[in-house]
Ligand binder design. Structure first.
Ligand SMILES: Nc1ncnc2c1ncn2[C@@H]1O[C@H](COP(=O)(O)OP(=O)(O)OP(=O)(O)O)[C@@H](O)[C@H]1O
Ligand SMILES: [Mg+2]
Length: 101
């Protein structure tokens, strides 16, 4: 369902403020699978989520969503993909999460 190959993300490439946030990430998530991304602050979790959610583009590598290479999509097609296939639930407090479980 989601497949990432060789993904890297460099912010401010070629400048003094260059940050290598992701390096050579491979990941596959099948339909119905649950996944927890864990790591210390600054390890690139949000960066990876932004790539998976098609909110930002990687510097290198590819991301396939339902077999479709996301890097080939233009802005309108990306918006369509986000509208129909991707959802974020942000900052759900533990009590609310327990209620929904
Ligand atoms: N827009 C940006 N411009 C420049 N550097 C960035 C940007 N976003 C993130 N970074 C840098 O990329 C690295 C990874 O950051 P990221 O926010 O993905 O980490 P995180 O694992 O989500 O951290 P936290 O647990 O604090 O949320 C950090 O060094 C961060 O400073
Ligand atoms: Mg974060």
């Amino acid at each position: 369902m989601i497949e990432i190959r060789g993904m890297g993300k460099i912010y401010n490439a070629g400048t003094e403020a260059e940050v290598v946030a992701l390096r050579d990430v491979d990941l596959r998530v099948d339909a119905g699978e649950f996944l927890a991304i864990m790591g210390p602050s600054g390890s690139g979790k949000s960066t990876l989520m932004n790539m998976i959610g098609c909110l930002d583009r990687p510097t290198t590598g590819t991301c396939f969503c339902d077999g479709e290479d996301v890097s080939r999509l233009d802005a309108e097609e990306l918006a369509d993909l986000r509208l129909h296939k991707i959802g974020f639930v942000l900052g759900l407090p533990p009590a609310a999460a327990a209620e929904r479980a």
